[in-house]
Design a protein around this ligand. Structure first.
Ligand code: KIV
Length: 272
């Protein structure tokens, strides 16, 4: 019997909240294309993030800034076509929501209409409050993103740990509470001290998903290409590499090249 999308219980924001409430950890990974999204959805990941890290891992840019709304919609629609169970979150890229709340709403509506995704993620706290409220009032679930926010890399200057000092830590806690009060369904905390992330997860009732934020949060997210060992030059302390696909792919391709050169491929059995 074939499995229809409708036979599978899909993850919703309500289920994510229930997971936090009962202490079940939430798993989240990035994906940017149909084939990989299909694999990680089948493997049981709860949230798939179509991250603007596509700018780095798919397009080879140094930062997430260059990726466009059209490119994010292309990646998101490819992922959505693959997914049967996971909740799909799409990053709204730099330059398509910071201007004002009308611009934010226009960008988000394009993502939701043209990709079929389930929700969006935007970086920042009080500075983008109006936009978050406007998007939420249109019925679109919003995930926040605080701590190291890569779209602001030129303001920070480096990718080092954020909110180590009291002032920045207090602003982060206040921003997390604000995002909860606005109605966000969850928050990503990137590269902040584990104790601060623990405090946020305890003081805020919505799911807190960490990347480089220690073990005391409600779930974890990693960039899929990093955890599978496809990207090899990026090795931050928080990254656990679960496979060495980079080496596997290179050695498979080298074998193929050799077989072609040696006239070993295709054989009679592989020909018509
Ligand atoms: O774009 C992305 O992959 C992200 C994660 C690092 C959380 O925002």
């Amino acid at each position: 019997m074939s499995i229809h999308k409708s036979d599978i219980k899909k993850i919703t924001t309500h289920q994510l909240q229930a997971m936090k409430d009962r202490g079940e950890k939430i798993s989240m990974l990035t994906a940017y294309d149909f084939s990989m999204a299909s694999l990680i959805d089948d493997a049981g990941v709860d949230i798939i993030l179509v991250g603007d890290s596509a700018s780095n891992v798919m397009a080879g840019h140094e930062t997430t800034l260059p990726i466009t709304l059209d490119q994010m919609i292309y990646h998101a629609s490819s992922v959505v076509r693959a997914v049967k169970r996971a909740f799909v979150v799409v990053d709204i890229p730099f330059g398509s929501y910071q201007g004002n709340s009308s611009e934010a709403l226009r960008s988000v509506i394009r993502v939701m209409k043209e990709s079929g995704a389930h929700s969006v993620k935007m970086e920042g706290g009080a500075e983008i409050k109006e936009s978050i409220i406007r998007v939420l009032s249109a019925g679109v679930p919003v995930m926040g993103h605080l701590g190291l926010t890569p779209q602001s890399i030129y303001k920070f200057g480096t990718y080092s740990v954020r909110a180590k000092e009291d002032e920045e830590a207090e602003k982060l806690v206040a921003d997390a509470k604000l995002l909860e009060a606005c109605g966000c369904f969850g928050i990503v905390l990137e590269k902040i001290p584990a104790e601060l992330a623990k405090r946020v997860a305890e003081e805020v009732n919505i799911p807190i998903i960490g990347i480089g934020a220690g073990p005391h949060v409600d779930g974890q997210v990693l960039v899929m290409h990093d955890m599978l060992g496809i990207t090899t030059e990026f090795k931050p302390r928080f990254l656990r590499q679960y496979a060495d696909l980079g080496s596997t792919i290179k050695s498979a391709v080298a074998s193929y090249v050799k077989d072609v050169k040696d006239r070993d491929f295709p054989s009679d059995k592989e020909s018509y």
